[in-house]
Design a protein around this ligand. Structure first.
Ligand code: FAD
Length: 531
């Protein structure tokens, strides 16, 4: 009877346009769902936090925020959201590091996943459990069972205690496992080890109907592949089993500068063609970026990388050519493998066509290297420049059109507008490292590039950057460059259909199977909640 009364009051409230009534219903809800009642908050502090993200561009107020103490809390909420006569949206929020409201839920409930970090008795206090085992062929297998709410930086530290580490990373580690697995999780290791979604053995997921399901390639495979890159549409990831390998201790880290884009991309593609997981002579990491005349030659990613004594030389190259391309590679090593790693690295870099005299080398610990963005973040935070608008645009571009993209975008739109303020990344990856069954969408060609415009702007300026983003996308459409957005932001269902292309039907079918009322992650704006 309690639930009936609750259902009635909630749906009445939702149907009425009166917000106070809605909140009264929420109040009743919070008292009547015994397990989660006291974990729901609708005070201004909670609402404001849940209606903001790293983008600082888009904002949607939820009706309430759930601070779960267990996966059961999330399941109860989702079941409740399904059973009211007018269902409401539920969005898991990791760190809210999305830029376009993807983790928001207008008039629904945002689930603050970070709250689980304090409540993980079943997996030890950290929610990260490291396991070494052997598979049926007697091959050693290492993995970590990790809560979806965990930060990658904590996964790194917990696994290193066992001499192990995940193999593939994002550039920034203060992101949640559930959040990056809902997108892909890409970085400099992707060309060789695939994105983070290619390195998951198994997951526990609370589906859009509130069911707790364990899934893997052999068990509930449709859910498993759906969730990976699934933009939060099919379930809340409560645990992921992440592949680990023995961790290196240190890295040799090299940056080389180019003035000629074709030399730069040719060298990048050559280097990523050596990509076997066990191939010891392959690089461990490869990225790239552009340097343009925007003040200092580098940015928050690694401002101390280039020696101070070389800054003027670099700036004059940038001034001379307008754009300089920076190829960045890393080779891992341990104390006993240093000489071999050095030789292999020098062999790999032999014959590359960077500007003579513009090769810079550094040596760092594995952790310093992986966590390289953090120091920049702390600096920006201290200057009040971290919580500002981020009108980002991330694209995947087929290799066959990357030169056209360079000419039409970097050398034309970007230089003409001359507003770029953050890093612009450009590096290739191998499609063979992505599993076609996963929801994530990439271009059709064997090699494709990621280009990330990671703008950081003042509160009055982001619109000019969005105009530039639109111009870039318009150029790609007019030139027939079949780009796919990464961390996508689309406005209409037709845009989403184009985005998913041949995967759209499967995506829709999975939605009907696992979230029939379409309540999960409404902030992605792919589906309308079914009333
Ligand atoms: P949120 O933004 O909170 O959520 C993202 C989406 O996933 C939402 O739809 C949400 O509802 C859903 N979601 C969250 N948790 C779960 C869960 N447990 N189960 C199911 N769905 C869930 N990405 C890269 O790939 N490579 C990079 O190098 C990279 N660098 C970055 C650097 C910075 C400084 C920032 C801010 C972001 C970067 N990103 C990068 C983007 C990042 O991967 C996305 O922001 C991603 O969404 C993860 O952020 P989050 O954990 O805060 O997730």
């Amino acid at each position: 009877p309690f639930l009936l009364c609750l259902t009635f009051s909630f749906s009445m409230a939702k149907n009425s346009s009166s917000f106070p009534t809605y909140f009264i219903a929420l109040f009743i809800m919070s008292r009547l769902i015994p397990t989660i009642g006291y974990r729901l908050r609708d005070d201004p502090e909670a609402i404001i936090l849940a209606s903001t993200d790293y983008g600082h561009i888009h904002s949607e107020n939820p009706a309430a925020v759930l601070y779960p103490s267990s996966i059961n809390d999330i399941s109860s909420l989702i079941k409740f959201a399904n059973n009211v006569s007018v269902p409401f949206g539920v969005a898991a929020k990791g760190q809210g590091h999305s830029t376009r409201g993807q983790a928001m839920a207008r008039n629904g409930v945002v689930v603050e996943m970070s709250s689980l970090r304090n409540h993980r008795p079943q997996h030890g206090s950290s929610g990260i459990e490291v396991v070494s085992t052997t598979n049926k062929d007697e091959v050693k297998l290492y993995y970590a069972d990790v809560g979806g709410e965990q930060l990658w930086v904590d996964v790194l530290h917990a696994t290193l205690e066992h001499g192990l580490s995940p193999v593939t990373w994002t550039d920034y580690l203060y992101l949640t496992v559930g959040g990056t697995l809902s997108n892909a999780g890409i970085g400099g290791q992707t060309f060789r080890f695939g994105p983070q979604i290619s390195n998951v053995y198994e997951m526990d997921v609370v589906t859009g109907e509130g069911d707790f399901v364990t899934c893997s390639p052999n068990n509930n495979a449709e859910l498993f592949y759906g969730v990976l890159g699934g933009l939060g549409q099919f379930g809340v990831i409560s645990r992921a089993r992440i592949a680990l390998e023995p961790a290196p201790k240190r890295v040799k880290w090299v940056r080389m500068l180019y003035s000629d884009f074709s030399a730069f991309s040719r060298d990048q593609e050559r280097l990523i063609s050596i990509n076997g997981r066990q191939q010891s002579n392959a690089l461990d990491y490869l990225e790239g970026s552009i340097l343009i005349n925007q003040g200092p030659p580098d940015n928050w990613r690694a401002s101390s990388f280039f020696p101070q004594s070389s800054h003027n030389r670099i700036i004059s190259k940038v001034n001379k050519h307008g754009i300089i391309y920076c190829l960045e590679v890393v080779k891992y090593y341990d104390h006993h493998t240093e000489t071999t790693a050095d030789k292999e690295l020098q062999n790999l870099l032999k014959g590359l066509n960077y500007l003579p005299g513009f090769k810079f080398e550094n040596d760092a610990s594995y952790v310093e290297f992986l966590n390289r963005v953090r120091s920049g973040e702390l600096k920006l935070q201290s200057e009040g420049l971290w919580d500002v608008p981020h009108p980002w645009l991330n694209l995947f571009i087929p290799k066959s059109r990357i030169t056209d993209f360079d000419l039409g975008v970097f050398k034309d739109i970007v230089l003409k507008r001359n507003i770029t303020t953050g890093p612009v990344l450009v590096y290739p990856m191998n499609r063979s490292k992505w599993n076609e069954r996963m929801s994530a969408v990439v271009p059709e060609e064997d090699v494709f590039y990621t280009v990330g415009f990671l703008h950081s702007t003042g509160f009055d300026e982001w619109k000019a950057f969005d105009e530039q983003n639109k111009e870039i996308l318009g150029f790609c459409v007019r030139s027939g460059i079949a780009v796919k957005q990464y961390l996508p932001d689309h406005k209409t269902q037709q845009d989403w259909m184009n985005h998913f292309g041949s995967k759209w039907k499967t995506f829709q079918k999975r939605k009907a199977l696992f979230d029939p009322k379409r309540i999960l992650s409404p902030g992605q704006r792919i589906f309308q909640i079914k009333e």
